[in-house]
Design a protein around this ligand. Structure first.
Ligand code: NAD
Length: 272
């Protein structure tokens, strides 16, 4: 069993979910089915990924009641307007074949457009209408989050940002904690093989009898991050969720702290 973190209004977000970025629509149904069989109950998709239809099919066909699964999707950059945000969710729900999603995120703040406060209000309406259970953002910096708080008084439940041992996000995480925003880590495996070969990761993995990927994913849990690792390989899908039978100790966490380099693999928060 995976554990969950609380979001507002009694919503519970699983601490691990299955990310589906770059999995084509005709492959995603099989991948999500495999993930659900392995124990995942949360799936992270987005309009951008072009695979909401296949995700919806997997959820409908998996044999579990809809309410046992947690589905996240995201509003893309081309829908930054109050009405277009409302319509964007209609389109996503139609693609998913669902009448609600559990979590709806603004994918990027797009500060040059300067409409993220406006669409944040649209997301609040969608939640009030029961079409999404929780609302949040992605790739928001502290500055963007402050504006949402100052201008609407409503904090996002989640900020999904790039985070991994080389980009630990300590300052942003501290801001999140002060404002009861859950930190959700995308690209949780960071540099992958290059990271797995470091002495720190090899030592921690060896000590606990786990793989390097499992050591890295467990480190995220110790940091309080929600994670959404992606793979299409059944063995890796199962490996990535098999991280609830061990814990890192203070020495392990101190080792991981030395890996911080500020190396960002994706775009800056203000980009898009
Ligand atoms: P990831 O860290 O989950 O995976 C990176 C790569 O590692 C994968 O392509 C896979 O080949 C490999 N891998 C997976 N499990 C492994 C294992 N056990 N051993 C060795 N290699 C393994 O990176 P990601 O897919 O970029 O991010 C995860 C999810 O985050 C995405 O699928 C998506 O849902 C989300 N995401 C969101 C944003 C955003 O802007 N909000 C951006 C990128 C990704």
């Amino acid at each position: 069993m995976t554990s969950t973190v609380p979001l507002p209004e009694d919503v519970r977000l699983p601490r691990i979910g299955f990310g589906v970025y770059k999995i084509p629509d005709d492959e995603v149904t099989e991948a999500v089915r495999t993930a659900i069989e392995a124990g995942y109950r949360s799936i992270d998709t987005a309009t951008l990924y072009g695979n909401e239809r296949g995700v919806g099919r997997a959820v409908r066909e998996c044999g579990l009641p809809r309410e046992e699964l947690f589905v996240t999707t995201k509003l893309w950059n081309t829908d930054h307007g109050y009405d277009s945000a409302l319509r964007a969710l209609d389109t996503s729900l139609a693609e998913l074949g669902m009448d609600y999603v559990d979590l709806y995120l603004i994918h990027w703040p797009q500060p040059k457009l300067d409409r993220y406060v406006e669409i944040w209000r649209a997301l609040q309406k969608l939640r009030a209408d029961g079409r999404v259970r929780a609302i949040g953002v992605s790739n928001f910096s502290e500055e963007h989050l402050r504006r949402l708080l100052d201008e609407t008084g409503v904090a996002p439940a989640v900020n999904q940002v790039e985070a991994h041992p080389n980009l630990q996000q300590a300052a942003l995480r501290a801001f999140h904690e002060r404002n009861e925003i859950v930190t959700e880590a995308w690209r949780p495996l960071g540099l992958g093989p290059e990271l797995f070969e470091t002495q720190v990761v090899r030592t921690v993995a060896g000590k606990h009898g786990k793989t390097p990927a499992q050591a890295v994913l467990r480190w995220h849990l110790e940091m309080g991050h929600v994670i959404i690792p992606k793979s299409v390989t059944p063995e890796r899908i199962a490996e990535n969720i098999d991280i609830f039978d061990f814990e890192l100790d203070a020495q392990d966490v101190a080792g991981f702290a030395t890996l911080e380099s500020g190396a960002r693999l994706g775009p800056e928060p203000g980009a898009g």
